[in-house]
Design a binder for this molecule. Structure first.
Ligand SMILES: Cc1cc2nc3c(=O)[nH]c(=O)nc-3n(C[C@H](O)[C@H](O)[C@H](O)COP(=O)(O)OP(=O)(O)OC[C@H]3O[C@@H](n4cnc5c(N)ncnc54)[C@H](O)[C@@H]3O)c2cc1C
Length: 441
């Protein structure tokens, strides 16, 4: 066990309170500063229910702070993808050959509140909401103004940026010149809609699947909530044909959905009102040249590596960062060594999952609709069944194991090369057999 430290975490979203629990359990004195009000008092996201897919990496982290069972008890397991075509036909494709292996739909607001409760229950964690802070990364100092106007300063050994994609801590590190960072936006954005529960709180679609309406440049997905509703997310281009800009009037929204997502329309009684009321969010990838500044500041989660959400891994990756950072601080007496170790371990993973997520954007939008893709999926599952130790599909390595993303990326390159090698050998052998039969050799 290393020295007890004074640590200030900026951001009380998903990663912030989880990290606070892990660090507090190691004896550190932790403060979490969140710019919004306390969601347990104020309600979350204006009451909209937004959900996330929780998988192995997130579950491992929740287990460390003894929240695994509580969170899974409130989650809805999704065993596979349900594809909806334009005629309303559905095709189910399980994620795994292992019975019971599933990703889990959890409420973002519910999970946030559970994590804040867990952090608050630790005597060495203080939570502050509604704060507007300025950060000195060089001195690990933070000054903030409370909602009542009083000014407070806190000096610490370490400031952690768990403040999401638009991180102020990352900005302060960039301004200081210690790191470089960039955000690459894609030309699509997202908008959340909903399918309410049916009669008696029943689900109006299969509740054990992640539903996808893939339509090439645009798509909609829906994840089940425990109350029988589904949260739908439209991922569409921001401008041009079939875009949020083009589809905006009540008539155009209804016409567009009738043509492209006809089986969803009868399930969405508030479609037009929600579509016009809910905002369009941007989607981008954050890349940093380093995740830390000397021994005084460090980034976790979206602050370090916001990714596009097409692998359902942003929160899972953020939770894995928290585990690795807490371990690094525990294992190194010297904070600077701990942060270097964390950066070397996690940055390649952040880069790998960013690439996987961009690749999955193409796969989910477009390929899931094609017969060839589904044929390949069946071959992959057959190979997985025949050689479970040697062939596990990428989706399963990412979602159902905690193997570092960068190791998975290397493994996939080696496997691809080996496959090409085997195919080449097969071609040569077949050619030799043909020549032999013809009597040429
Ligand atoms: C449409 C969509 C779908 C997604 N689906 C999934 C999914 O299925 N599975 C998955 O694993 N991930 C998913 N993600 C990604 C996931 O939401 C993020 O990766 C995750 O929220 C990152 O957690 P975080 O704590 O790093 O950041 P956040 O959850 O964004 O929390 C950051 C917190 O910091 C606060 N903050 C910001 N600036 C300041 C400041 N200056 N001072 C104080 N506080 C500040 C914010 O108010 C916020 O509470 C999805 C993302 C999107 C956009």
């Amino acid at each position: 066990m290393s020295n007890e430290r004074r640590i200030t975490i900026i951001g009380g979203g998903l990663a912030g309170p989880l990290l606070a629990c892990l660090l507090a359990d190691d004896g550190h004195d932790v403060a979490v500063l969140e710019q919004r009000g306390d969601p347990r008092a104020a309600g979350y996201e204006g009451g909209r229910s937004i959900n996330l897919a929780l998988s192995a990496r997130g579950i491992e982290a929740l287990e460390r702070i003894e929240l695994k069972q509580q969170v899974l008890d409130e989650a809805v397991p999704m065993r596979g993808r349900m594809m909806h075509d334009r005629d309303g036909n559905r095709a189910f494709s399980p994620y795994s050959i292992i019975p019971g292996e599933a990703i889990n739909s959890v409420s973002r607001g519910g999970l946030n509140c559970t994590l804040l409760d867990a952090a608050e229950s630790r005597p060495n964690v203080q939570l502050h909401f509604g704060v507007d802070c300025s950060i000195d990364v060089e001195q690990a100092g933070v000054t903030w103004t409370n909602s009542d106007g009083t000014s407070v300063s806190r000096s610490a050994d370490l400031v952690v940026g768990a403040d999401g994609a638009g991180s102020a801590v990352r900005e302060a590190m960039c301004s200081h010149g210690s790191i470089k960072a960039r955000t690459d936006f894609i030309d699509s954005g997202y908008k959340e809609l909903s399918i309410p529960p049916g009669q008696g709180g029943s689900f109006q679609l299969e509740n054990d699947a992640l539903h996808i309406w893939p339509r090439e440049r645009y798509m909609m997905i829906a994840l089940p909530n425990a109350d029988g509703s589904f949260t739908c997310t439209c991922f569409w281009p921001l401008e041009g044909e079939a875009s949020f800009e083009e589809v905006s009037t009540a008539d155009s929204v209804m016409d567009f959905f009738q043509v492209h997502f006809p089986d969803a329309v009868p399930l969405m009684p508030d479609l037009v009102e929600e579509y016009q009321a809910n905002p369009v969010g941007p989607l981008g990838t954050v890349r940093c040249s380093s995740y830390h500044h000397d021994d005084t500041a460090v980034l976790v989660g979206d602050a370090a590596h916001a990714i596009v959400p097409f692998f359902g891994q942003g929160m899972n990756a953020a939770f894995q960062d928290c585990l690795r950072l807490a371990e690094a601080i525990r294992d190194h007496d010297d904070l600077s060594k701990a942060l270097v170790h964390y950066d070397r371990a996690q940055r390649p993973d952040g880069e790998a999952i960013a690439e996987f997520s961009l690749e999955n954007f193409i796969e989910m939008q477009d390929k899931t609709a094609s017969r060839l893709f589904r044929f390949k999926q069946r071959i992959r599952k057959r190979l997985n069944r025949m050689f479970p130790k040697f062939y596990v599909p990428r989706y399963n390595l990412v979602s159902f194991t905690t193997i570092p993303y960068s190791k998975i990326q290397k493994h996939l390159i080696v496997r691809q090369l080996a496959l090409v090698g085997v195919l080449l050998v097969l071609v040569v052998v077949v050619k030799l057999i043909i020549l032999r039969i013809r009597g040429t050799i």
